[in-house]
Ligand binder design. Structure first.
Ligand code: SF4
Ligand code: SF4
Length: 336
């Protein structure tokens, strides 16, 4: 098991963290057992968010009597100080704790700073003074905001998408974090389910000692797979190198990362799934996507109002309506 230090905070964490977004999709007793098995197996860093429905509640139920055994990170999507305090108090209560180790602003579209009109940074500093949080973090999907946050010196951690599809600028961001001693927490280590070779993903990630991926886990089999590769080191087999190269060719530039920042859509389209349906069906086959329920969801693409909301909110600059139309066309072919 590899232990690493998360940025300047001196927090010692297992190099592999647990991303607790997917546990919101499983029944509470199953989630609790999964979380406990992860901690028993040596994973001691758990990341959640106020916005992940009951994820925090499940962490609270799993660990309320073992609070000193793990590092806890969560997030607030608040846009003003009043909501910030409501979120923080709710998180403390649902997590059944009196402190959060790393409290992060959840994908804001600006870098909160002391004295700005949002009041967010002043509030988080006050929460730190009160001992309700220990360190200040920020998560983001936009490279310019992420860079600005790291360079500002105001943040102890950055959470950013990172996996073997990441480009040179994103790799440079991990180096900037190293220079500035900011902890780098990697989300989307499997690119939202599009990367399926955990060995290749883990081996590639292990080459970045300052990066702590939070693997999104909702099944015991996924946790067991993670355990099986945790000590495998940075060596990649020839097959894994070929897989990485092939995936980089197939998934470059114009694919939807599934982040959901373009939503909600006024036509009710579940963009973060529908805009990558072709990839999901080919790369991680799931019969349910061909069932009646998803056929109805995909048919909503025909109702796109071309309002421009998704394109103006996509951090990857995608032409989302065109991508949706392409996916719908392909989906219909797969149905016959
Ligand atoms: S352009 Fe179409 S898909 Fe995008 S948000 Fe508007 S209605 Fe939804
Ligand atoms: S279209 Fe862009 S914003 Fe929307 S889910 Fe995909 S990557 Fe995210």
């Amino acid at each position: 098991m590899t232990i690493t230090t998360l940025g300047r905070m001196g927090l010692k964490v297992n190099k592999d963290g647990f991303g607790a977004l997917p546990v919101q999709r499983v029944e509470k007793s199953i989630a609790v057992k999964l979380l406990q098995k992860a901690l028993d197996g040596g994973i001691n860093f758990f990341d959640s968010a106020r916005g992940y429905s009951d994820s925090e509640e499940k962490i609270g139920a799993a660990f309320s009597d073992r609070r000193d055994k793990f590092i806890l990170a969560t997030k607030t999507g608040s846009k003003d100080a009043e909501t910030f305090w409501k979120h923080l108090e709710t998180s403390l209560s649902t997590l059944k704790t009196d402190y959060i180790d790393v409290y992060q602003f959840h994908n804001p579209n600006f870098v909160p700073r002391p004295g700005d009109s949002s009041g967010l940074y002043d509030a988080i500093l006050k929460a730190k003074e009160q001992g309700k949080i220990r360190f200040i973090g920020i998560s983001n999907h936009r490279l310019p905001i992420a860079k600005e946050a790291v360079e500002s010196g105001l943040y102890d951690t950055l959470q950013f998408p990172f996996n073997y599809l990441s480009d040179d600028q994103e790799i440079a961001l991990t180096k900037l974090c190293l220079e500035k001693n900011v902890g780098f927490i990697a989300m989307k280590a499997l690119s939202g389910g599009l990367l399926t070779d955990i060995g290749a993903c883990h081996g590639w990630m292990a080459q970045y000692p300052n990066v702590v991926p939070i693997w999104g886990i909702q099944r015991e089999s996924e946790l067991d797979q993670l355990f099986s590769v945790m000590d495998r080191g940075t060596e990649l087999s020839a097959a894994e190198k070929n897989r990485i190269e092939a995936d980089r060719k197939e998934l470059s530039g114009t694919f939807c990362r599934g982040c959901g920042y373009c939503m909600p859509c006024p036509a009710g389209i579940i963009i973060n799934t529908c805009a990558r349906m072709s990839l999901l069906l080919r790369r991680s086959p799931s019969a349910r996507f061909l069932g009646e329920e998803w056929q109805k969801e995909m048919a909503k693409i025909k109702n796109c109002k071309h309002c421009g909301h998704c394109t103006s909110h996509c951090p990857y600059g995608l032409d989302t309506p065109a991508l949706l139309a392409k996916n719908y066309e392909d989906y219909q072919k797969l149905l016959v």
